[in-house]
Design a protein around this ligand. Sequence first.
Ligand SMILES: [Fe+2]
Length: 168
Amino acid sequence: MGVWTLNTSDGDAITRRFRYDRAPEIRRWSEMREYFTATPLDNPVIYTVFGWQSGDGVTDLLATLTVLNAGRIGRELFHTKGHYHRSPDGAEYITVISGVGCLEVARDADTSPETATLEPGVHVVVPPGYAHRVFNTGDATLVYISVCSAGLGHDYDSIRSLGWRIAR
Ligand SMILES: [Fe+2]
């Protein structure tokens, strides 16, 4: 099993020192094109997720470290895809290592999202059953840690098909 070793607030150093036991998930624009309205000149990496989990059950934990780059495609800030969890029976904890951003949470597609500012030292909880996604609102890489039950699972299709009520 991997071990969290976070020794610096510099994003590059964190990713070098972070030991993980899942393959990093690298999200380029080319696999997120339905989440943006504009088309970039190149195919930037929007974010990378490093993960560690103790197992697949509801009593296991999934911990991820997300490195969300700074940038825009057209007028839209770089952001994560956003997802629901397949099970509504658990919350998700998020804390920020470096950078600044915005967390959006929404109960469903007909409810306006609520937002929380993300910056180092902030601790937030995504309520059970709420969709959530993160924007990098700054000029530097946003690095944050999330922890939830490994048994919650992920539902990306609902966001992709329903979208978010507030467009940016
Ligand atoms: Fe989540």
